[in-house]
Design a protein around this ligand. Structure first.
Ligand code: UDX
Length: 456
């Protein structure tokens, strides 16, 4: 099938490459000429395992192309994906200007029937708005081509985007058009072999399904962070509690890891957008408000622990050097959008500390975001971050941080203390090496404890 994808971000690029790999002929359109030129030359704009190989292979087979020519993109394919960004507006609602601009482009250039498939995460009712724009522009042109607007949300996770896209848990198809449903069944046939993963529903339910899935996952995380805050004040161990509740299949082990709050391009934005949608409809979503509020507070927890530690000893963070392991919002990505590391770094700088940070892949992104500044040193390895540092803060659970040489850590860190925002280690093991270990939702181990233990 000939397919055009508008937008070469995470969703569009991965979807395009995976569809091309499955045998379709895909043209990806983006307004960013540099990005398109890079992709044509085989350079990836994002770090995503398996993506580069997939793009190179499908390019060589002649099944994947990139262009800035939107008109060509519209004329060439009966099936067109919308995978452009929907950044949050100031009030938290999703900004639809890019989606609607592409809709106008499609209506301007379409010369026959088209199925417009919305992959971007957009508020309930957006498909109707897209259809309205299409109708309006077609009417202005005096053209009466047939079209359908389908909601087909994407559920990929960054860091596992290619694998998720190749093996979806479910394929949500929101449409009441038998013509569009048949087309999507054909399009997704290569991914729908063993059992039928396609769930057909009305457009609005499909749009809401995406938000409900992300909001549910965000709720699990905020819930667990809340329990972690309670646990550490009770002297309980959240990791034991996690295993205890996860064994109940109704709760499950997934997405109940406490930490420094959820980040990334999806959860924070989607929870806010869903709150906004609910409020607009006259409903106050108190649960979602709380999920969002807990997350905002959780992003400050690691800094609170660090600053309270020094304050309790009559000192301050001014002049301290803090080693930071992990900048990306989660492992296996260089994405720092809404990354909890950003909250930590800003707070440390404000307190007068210098940051010495390492991330396996997000260093260039950090340099781009923060620029050159005297209180930020980006270094090449986890151990280099420790040299001359007073303490260590762990923000992202990269595999390479999981089994450090604790003796080396104890020697390198002047204050011999580790603040772990991801609970990577067994507290007893860390303490055995003469380090103080402060983690999330667990009693502090090692060195003297005081009332700074539970500062927030
Ligand atoms: C998410 C959804 O998983 C995906 O289905 C959707 O399409 C887009 O949003 P992504 O943003 O890539 O994907 O990240 P995800 O792996 O879900 O993690 C989100 C955040 O939650 C990260 O900051 C992560 O560190 C945090 N998290 C996750 C926790 O703090 N605890 C957990 O138990 C799980």
């Amino acid at each position: 099938m000939k397919v055009t994808v508008f937008g070469t971000g995470y969703v569009g690029l991965v979807q395009g490459a995976v569809l091309a790999d499955a045998g379709h002929h895909v043209l990806c359109v983006d307004v960013d000429a540099d990005k398109v030129a890079g992709l044509q030359a085989g350079r990836m704009p994002i770090h995503e395992p398996g993506l580069e190989a997939l793009v190179h292979r499908t390019q060589q087979l002649g099944r994947l192309d990139f262009t800035t020519d939107a008109a060509e993109g519209v004329r060439r394919s009966p099936v067109i994906f919308l995978a452009v960004g929907t950044p949050p507006d100031e009030d938290g609602s999703a900004d639809l200007q890019y989606v609607l601009a592409v809709a106008r482009t499609i209506a301007t250039h379409m010369d026959g029937p088209r199925t417009v498939i919305n992959k971007s995460t957009v508020p309930v009712g957006t498909a109707d708005k897209v259809a309205q724009v299409l109708r309006q522009v077609l009417a202005e042109r005096g053209a009466d081509h047939v079209f359908d607007v389908v909601s087909n949300p994407e559920f990929l996770k960054e860091g596992a985007a290619v694998a998720d896209c190749q093996r979806p848990d479910r394929i949500i198809v929101g449409t009441d058009s038998p013509r569009a449903e048949a087309q999507l069944r054909e399009l997704y046939a290569p991914f729908n072999r063993n059992h039928d993963k396609i769930v057909v529903m009305d457009v609005k339910s499909a749009e809401l399904t995406k938000y409900a899935a992300n909001a549910m996952l965000a709720t699990k995380i905020s819930f667990m962070n809340e329990i972690a805050n309670i646990a550490e004040r009770m002297g309980a161990d959240i990791e034991a509690v996690r295993r205890g509740i996860g064994s109940d299949p109704r709760i499950g082990y997934h997405f109940i890891y406490p930490g420094v709050g959820y980040g990334g391009s999806c959860f924070p934005k989607d929870v806010k957008a869903l709150i906004h949608t609910a409020q607009e409809a006259g409903f106050e979503p108190t649960l979602l408000d709380a999920v969002e509020a807990r997350n905002r507070a959780q992003r400050e927890v690691l800094f609170s622990k660090i600053s309270a530690h020094y304050a309790a000893r009559g000192g301050s963070l001014a002049g301290k050097t803090v080693a930071v392991w992990g900048l990306a919002f989660k492992p296996n990505t260089d994405d720092m959008r809404e990354a909890p590391s950003r909250n930590l770094l800003q707070a440390l700088w404000q307190a007068g500390a210098t940051v010495q940070a390492h991330d396996p892949v997000a260093m260039a992104e950090a340099r781009r975001i923060f620029g050159e500044r005297p209180d930020l040193r980006l270094v090449d390895s986890p151990m280099a971050a420790l040299q001359g540092a007073d303490c260590l803060a762990i923000v992202t659970e990269w595999q390479s941080f999981r089994v450090p040489d604790f003796d080396e850590l104890a020697q390198a860190l002047t204050d011999r203390i580790v603040f772990d925002g991801r609970n990577l280690y067994d507290p007893a093991v860390v303490a055995r090496h003469g380090l103080t270990y402060v983690s999330i939702g667990r009693p502090v181990r090692g060195e003297p404890a005081g009332d700074w233990l539970n500062p927030v």
